[in-house]
Design a protein around this ligand. Sequence first.
Ligand SMILES: NC(=O)C1=CN([C@@H]2O[C@H](COP(=O)(O)OP(=O)(O)OC[C@H]3O[C@@H](n4cnc5c(N)ncnc54)[C@H](O)[C@@H]3O)[C@@H](O)[C@H]2O)C=CC1
Ligand SMILES: O=C(O)[C@@H]1CCC=N1
Length: 270
Amino acid sequence: MNFNNKRVGVIGAGAMGSAMIRGFLKAGLMQPQDMIASDLRDNALQELKRSTSINITSDNSAVVQRSQVIIFAVKPDQVENTLKEVASSITVEHLVVSVAAGISISTFEKHLPSGVSVIRVMPNVPALIGEGMTALALGSKAGKDDQETAEALFSALGKVLTVQESELDAVTGISGCGPAYMVIILEALADGGVKMGLSRQVALQLAVQTMIGTARMIQATAEHPASLKDRVCSPGGSTISGVHVLENGGLRGLLISAVEASTKRSGELR
Ligand SMILES: NC(=O)C1=CN([C@@H]2O[C@H](COP(=O)(O)OP(=O)(O)OC[C@H]3O[C@@H](n4cnc5c(N)ncnc54)[C@H](O)[C@@H]3O)[C@@H](O)[C@H]2O)C=CC1
Ligand SMILES: O=C(O)[C@@H]1CCC=N1
């Protein structure tokens, strides 16, 4: 079986490239023989081959030749070189997908033969376990079929939204970068528990399940976060004492500034 009779190739098998590959396989969307990945690092490719059995190559053009959907997952500063290397062998039969932060659709369209469909997406690392968040934006040549292909591909990795390309830097600032913010919060909550005498293992388990449970509850009920906070804060109780410390420390302002900084930085990468 392969995905809608389309073979998928990934150029750049690093953190995000390999998370997507593993996510597609885990979701049963395609079989290992229908996937190919290229990278400059032989050890990364060998490890991917060992753990997933997908096809690997050090030759980016082999990915183009053997795939209908080509996902560019190299660092933003490597996109242009990689694109120039393979652009002439890409045809209108291909769908080009880029996950590179900040690299515009027009950069791709400028280098590719005219008529090639491009979709720019911003996934995140929880794609690895099917809990990803992906936003996608359509290039000028991408049609309904291309959108459906990309949505089917990325919905195997979690939730998918279609947005305007102009919104993708802000998407990057929240969900692209967000896993790093979330684990910093988790680690710090666990540190608090350790400071108060809990074992690291117990403290982390408490923090993780609290984050999952709270997020799932907001997702399931669409309750406003402030209303849930109010329900947890008993009058004169322990939560409001902790909330006071967070407000004094400016946690909200810090998180807003973090999203703003990531969004701006993403915009500088193009
Ligand atoms: N790490 C993350 O959480 C997310 C990353 N992204 C985007 O994904 C892309 C990749 O990021 P990461 O996976 O974090 O970086 P990474 O450094 O882990 O992976 C990039 C891979 O590309 C390979 N590479 C470099 N030049 C190459 C070339 N010419 N041909 C083939 N392979 C080449 C590298 O050896 C490396 O394995 C970036 O554009 C980033 O903006 C998007 C969303 C989330
Ligand atoms: O840090 C970065 O630039 C990439 C984009 C989103 C997550 N990681």
